[in-house]
Design a protein around this ligand. Sequence first.
Ligand code: AHR
Length: 523
Amino acid sequence: MMRPFLVGIALLSLFAPSATAQKVELSIDASRTGAKVDRNLFGQFAEHLGHGIYEGIWVGPDSSIPNTRGIRNDVVAALKAIKVPNVRWPGGCFADEYHWRKGIGPQRAVTLNPNWGGVIEPNTFGTHEFMDFLDQIGAEAYVSVNVGSGTPQEAAEWLEYMTAAQPTTLAKERAANDHPAPYKVASLGIGNESWDCGGNMTPDYYLSQMKIYSRFVRNFNPAQQDAQQMLKIAVGPGGSEPRWTEWTDTIMKAYQHHTWSWDINGLSMHSYTVVKWPPAFKSEGFGETEYAQILKSTLEMDDLINQHSSIMDKYDPQKKVALIVDEWGSWYAPLPGSNPGFLVQQNSLRDAILAALNLNIFARHGDRVRGANIAQMINVLQAMIMTDKEKMVLTPTYYVYKMYVPFQDSTFVPVTFDAGHYTQDNISLPRVDAIAAKGKDGKLWVEITNVDPNQPAEIELNLTGISPKSAAGETLSAPKVDSVNTFDAPKTVVPKAISSRLQGGNLTLRLEPKSVTVLSVEQ
Ligand code: AHR
């Protein structure tokens, strides 16, 4: 029944007309604002792994694939559209075996990549190519230095090579390699998973190493001295077990008493949606139970953030140190026939919903979580883009990132709602999820995920603190939970426009089952 002034507007719906829509009321007071939704929550991760860099980004200047100085034009155009804020590089486990000198200058050393398939690493994509790539897509550098098998001196010299403006020998070498101006390095990762592939260190051993790197690995770029200072990110936890609470505790306890000679601005956290190791879930050709299992598992991200944030709060109540979730995403069984060391998987509508749920968790924790990097950008794990020689396809996850662009550097606005339940095989999940934020454009942006794969959701938006005139946006769904985009059928999972007229103070939206919707409210 329609209430006075609450006239619902039915939006685009592709689901069967017979499906019963479940009602959910979302209340948003636009005058109540929370933390910033940092654009760096939408960061990417690109490791020298499989076809993440070679073929995915780098094809070389002589390739028949259209490129600019060796970097594929189609990939650059696609990434520009999602406004990638930063790219974490060169790894991952690869970072702790990377020696930057092999990737500069006209003669590149040919090495091996023992972590990922033992393949040849040509080093043709090195520092200059990475920075050129960032320049082309408009993103900042998040460089992880080698703590595991490198030295503080090697890392310090790399930073001097990249950032020194004065005519030091290293700066002159950079200029001789065609880049006289110093590069900017927005963030510095001090090692990667140092409790595992990064050197199997104890928390205390890592702490003493980290302090040395924090002290000596300096950024000399004059533009980064007062404003835009480089953020130093220490290795943090990789799960919920006691060894990782001990890790967080050790680093943060030391931080509480840190002196002028070392500092950190972030603690990294890695958490993949895998259910259990080794990854065994199929990335395509799965059913509703696997859909529910994976989404149930991904929601554990919230508990994990709560767990480590509360340890951080103990030592850093002012939340100066950010929690940076710089590796996350789905990790499934390798696609049959692919090199298992290349971590190739399909990307389905389930991944789009998984991405939305995690981005919403990060946004809700915006006071502490100020960065996140999905793993990985191209051709690896939960990728934005897949390529095969000259072909490129955008994944469902890519479209979620595109739809969420207005949330970059927005201000969180709390939403209250009773999500209800969706149950499959005794697996119970919140049926809907939602966030809202005031965008930089001054508009109120709302995201609503309908997790239920069978029932549409009838959403009633109760807005206060705003005089809305209209609302419009995009919705992403597909026929099946495991629908994918392929090179031959690239438009199976793509967003569609939705729009509404507003009458009175409220909107009602009928959302498709298994959908992600982002809309702005015009006032
Ligand atoms: O993203 C793949 C790998 O997962 C990274 O190299 C490593 O840091 C993590 O274990």
